[in-house]
Ligand binder design. Structure first.
Ligand SMILES: [Zn+2]
Length: 456
C-alpha cells in the first residue's frame, strides 16, 4: 500500500469516526453490523484455519453465520498462529522480533516486511503475539483521534499556521503503533516507563516552561495518578486539555484526582493487544467500539451484570480475530439509555473491571459452593478506607487474602481486615485476611490491584 493510500485510509476513518457512523436506531445499527459480519465471513473463509470449517458449513446451508466459527482463546491462537494470519507468519518469528524489541527498547524492527508485533501483557502464562499492518495502524489511529480529540485540538490540527498538537505518551512497550499518527501537525513525545518517573516529570516541566507542554496526555491510569499528584503539589506545571487513560483499569478515585489536577475528566481508551474495544465519548459514557468490533457477551453472573467479551474485529485483515475470548471482565451500565446523549447507539459499559483473575473465588459459608466476588465491590470497600493508606494490593492464594498497604496508618490493616471480612460475609463466603508487606511496584508492569493466583 502506498503512503498516499495509507493517509487516505486514516483520514477516511478519522472523518467517519468523528462525524459518521451515526444510526437513528439500534436496529439500523445492527442491520449495518450484520452486513459487515457477512463480508468478514467471506474474507475469513480464505484463511487457512477456517477453510475446512467453511467447507462444512457451506455444504449444509450455503450461508455461514458468525456462530458457526469456534470460540477461540489465547491457547488456540498460539497453537494455530500461522494459520490464523493471512501472511503465513510463524509464531517463533513474531515472538523473536517482539521480545528482542522489548529487551533492546528499540521497537522499529518489523516482521515480514511491514508488520508490527504487539505482545499481550501477561504476568503469568505464555504471552500472545499480535500482528498489525500499516493500514490497520492507520485505521486505529484514525478511530482514536476521531473519537477523542477535543474541538480545540482539532482546529489546531487543521490550521497550519498554528503550532502542532503536542501529545505526551507514556508507554511500557513500543511506539510503533502510535508513530503512525505522527505528522507535521501532531508531535509525539514518548516516555518510556522503564525510565525513572522523576526524569519524565523533569522533562515535562522543562517543556511546560518553554511553553511547549503537552496538549494531550496519554498514560496508564497509575501513571496519570502519579503525574496528577505532582501537578497538585505544584511541581509539575503542565496543562493538558485532554487526558486519556489507557492499558489499566481506571478507578473512580483516580479519575477524580486527575480531574482535580487539570480540570478535565480523563477519557478512557480500552485497548487490548487484541483490538480497540471501547472509548469514552464526550458525555463520559464508555462505548463499546462496535463500529469495528462485534462483541458477544459471555455472562459471569445470573443477574447478567458482568461478562467476558468474545470479540470479532472487522478492521483486522492480517491476523484474524474472530470470536476470540478475552480475559477481561466488563460491567454493564443498567442506566445507559438506548441512545447516548452523544448520539451513538452503540452499547455502553459501566467499566472494565480488570482481568478474569481479578475475580476472587472463595468457598461459601455452607462449604458447598464457590462464591465469586467481583473486583468492583472489593474496590469500593478499599476506596472507603483509603484515607488510612496511600495504595493497596490484594492477592488471593488458596483460601487466604494477602492485603498489602502502602504507608498505612497504625490501625489501617485491622480496619481493612474487618471491612473485607464483613464484605465476604455479605456475599456468604469467607477467607482468612492476612497482612503482607508492601512492595514498591515495578514501573514497567501493569498495575493490577487484585489478583487471584491460579490454584496449584
Ligand atoms: Zn456517548
Amino acid at each position: 500500500m502506498t503512503d498516499r493510500a495509507l493517509v487516505a485510509a486514516m483520514t477516511g476513518r478519522f472523518v467517519r469516526a468523528r462525524w459518521g457512523f451515526r444510526f437513528r436506531t439500534r436496529a439500523r445499527f445492527e442491520a449495518w453490523q450484520r452486513r459487515r459480519i457477512r463480508s468478514f465471513l467471506r474474507r475469513v473463509a480464505r484463511v487457512p484455519f477456517y477453510r475446512s470449517a467453511a467447507a462444512t458449513a457451506d455444504g449444509a446451508n450455503g450461508r455461514r453465520v458468525l456462530g458457526d466459527l469456534p470460540v477461540i482463546d489465547k491457547a488456540t491462537m498460539l497453537e494455530h498462529f500461522d494459520a490464523l494470519n493471512t501472511r503465513g507468519v510463524r509464531l517463533a518469528d513474531a515472538l523473536g522480533v517482539a521480545l528482542e524489541a522489548e529487551r533492546s527498547r528499540d521497537f522499529t524492527p518489523l516482521v515480514d516486511g511491514d508488520l508490527t508485533v504487539g505482545l499481550s501483557s501477561g504476568t503469568s502464562g505464555r504471552r500472545a503475539a499480535f500482528l498489525v499492518s500499516p493500514r490497520e495502524r492507520r485505521l486505529w489511529a484514525g478511530t482514536v483521534l476521531g473519537r477523542v480529540l477535543d474541538a480545540r485540538s482539532l482546529r489546531q490540527l487543521v490550521q497550519p499556521w498554528r503550532p502542532p498538537v503536542r501529545i505526551a505518551f507514556f508507554l511500557r512497550a513500543g511506539g510503533n503503533l502510535y508513530e503512525s499518527v505522527a505528522s507535521s501537525r501532531i508531535r509525539f513525545a514518548f516516555h518510556d516507563l522503564t525510565e525513572p518517573m522523576a526524569a519524565h516529570v523533569a522533562e515535562l516541566q522543562a517543556a511546560a516552561r518553554r511553553g511547549a507542554g503537552p496538549d494531550v496526555l496519554v498514560a496508564p491510569a497509575s501513571v496519570l495518578d502519579a503525574l496528577a499528584r505532582e501537578a497538585r503539589a505544584g511541581v509539575l506545571g503542565i496543562r493538558p486539555r485532554l487526558v486519556i487513560s489507557v492499558a489499566e483499569v481506571l478507578e473512580t478515585e483516580t479519575a477524580e484526582r486527575v480531574e482535580a489536577a487539570w480540570g478535565v475528566a480523563p477519557r478512557q481508551v480500552y485497548q487490548a493487544t487484541e483490538g480497540l474495544l471501547a472509548i469514552t465519548c464526550p458525555q463520559g459514557a464508555l462505548h463499546l467500539n462496535e463500529e469495528s468490533v462485534h462483541i458477544e457477551r459471555e455472562w459471569l453472573d445470573e443477574a447478567r451484570t458482568r461478562f467476558q467479551p468474545i470479540v470479532t474485529d472487522f478492521d483486522r485483515t492480517t491476523q484474524i480475530i474472530a470470536r476470540y475470548r478475552l480475559d477481561d471482565v466488563l460491567r454493564v451500565d443498567p442506566e445507559a439509555p438506548a441512545r447516548c446523549r452523544c448520539g451513538r447507539v452503540t452499547a455502553v459499559v459501566a467499566a472494565v473491571d480488570g482481568r478474569a483473575d481479578a475475580v476472587l473465588r472463595l468457598p461459601a459459608i455452607d462449604g458447598r459452593s464457590v462464591v465469586e466476588v467481583f473486583p468492583d465491590v472489593v474496590r469500593q470497600v478499599m476506596a472507603r478506607g483509603s484515607s488510612a493508606y496511600a495504595d493497596w494490593r490484594i492477592r488471593q492464594a488458596g483460601l487466604d487474602l494477602h492485603v498489602s498497604l502502602a504507608e498505612p496508618a497504625p490501625d489501617a490493616h485491622a480496619q481493612v481486615a474487618a471491612s473485607l471480612t464483613a464484605l465476604l460475609a455479605r456475599y456468604g463466603c469467607h477467607a482468612t485476611v492476612l497482612s503482607a508487606p508492601w512492595q514498591e511496584p515495578d514501573p514497567t508492569a501493569k498495575v493490577r490491584r487484585i489478583v487471584r493466583e491460579a490454584a496449584p
